[in-house]
Design a protein around this ligand. Sequence first.
Ligand code: GZL
Length: 328
Amino acid sequence: MKKLLALALGLVLVLNVAAYADVVIAFSQIGQESDWRTANTDDLKSAIENHPGWKLVYDDAQQKQENQIKALRNFITQNVDYILFTGVVSTGWDEVLKEVNEAEIPLLLIDRMPDCADKIEYVAAFGGDFVEEGRRQVAWAGEYLKSIGRGDEDVNVVIMEGTTGASAQTGRTEGNLKALESYPHLKKVGQQSGNFTRAEGQAVMESWLKSIDKIDVLIAQNDDMALGAIDAIKAAGKVPGKDIIIVGCDSVKAAFDAIVAGEMNCTVECTPLYSRFVVPTIEKLEKGEKFSKTVVHPEEGVFDTNGGIDLGTVKSIKAADVISQRQY
Ligand code: GZL
């Protein structure tokens, strides 16, 4: 009788533990280089940590690829249930992501795509259409200048690129340069990386202000670099948003504040809020649903001083009209 009781008790214990076994979701994050990245991290961490029965294993790589590779291998060793991954650069992931595949851990690509995406297995990918975002930045500048009667004036444009080799940088640069072909009066006089950070954006603009006679338009591939450039422009005694037209990307709150203050002219949206895609995908996977490598590019907006600039795929919205609704 005692043995039977002990057996029953053991069974209840095992069932109990099994019922509460967490789904372990590992997230290899690039770092904390920008407001966009912070919003992306906060959104995914809180959604996973607050989900019943889910546990987060998080790694901040401080923008170093070797740290991400180490983190991915640790996730494999810990035999986590899912891996979320966005790469600081696009190359150098083939081997470690194949190891993730061999470990049969479902991989979800967030934000940036690795170049080896076609050679590895992943469940789904969620990220901006970076080429279109780059196109929109230059098209906005071209259309804005036309709207203020400067469409036929040759103007000098500098392009401040994101982290060299990141898919967000390569995509936006492709979109920037392609769009310049449609606006022959926009003359590119500078192109340099500010590594997606405010400090480096300020440093690059400081050096440009010393080395380039006249800058009329700054295309900054994220808002943090645009805000750093604004600091440099003001320190040089020039008026940002007027002497130099400033177009950012990401649509973070600080950019809306700068636009409303008249120090910035436009920001092209690229949402960092991916939990709305990731959570339902994992919930479906937990129920046994299958996926075939879907890629989702969320629809985005363009925000500027006055609104109404038609970019073909989207018309700009007046930043002051929506600033109170912005979440990050
Ligand atoms: C874009 C993302 C970029 C942002 C930057 O999806 O990868 O990285 O534009 C961030 O702000 O650093």
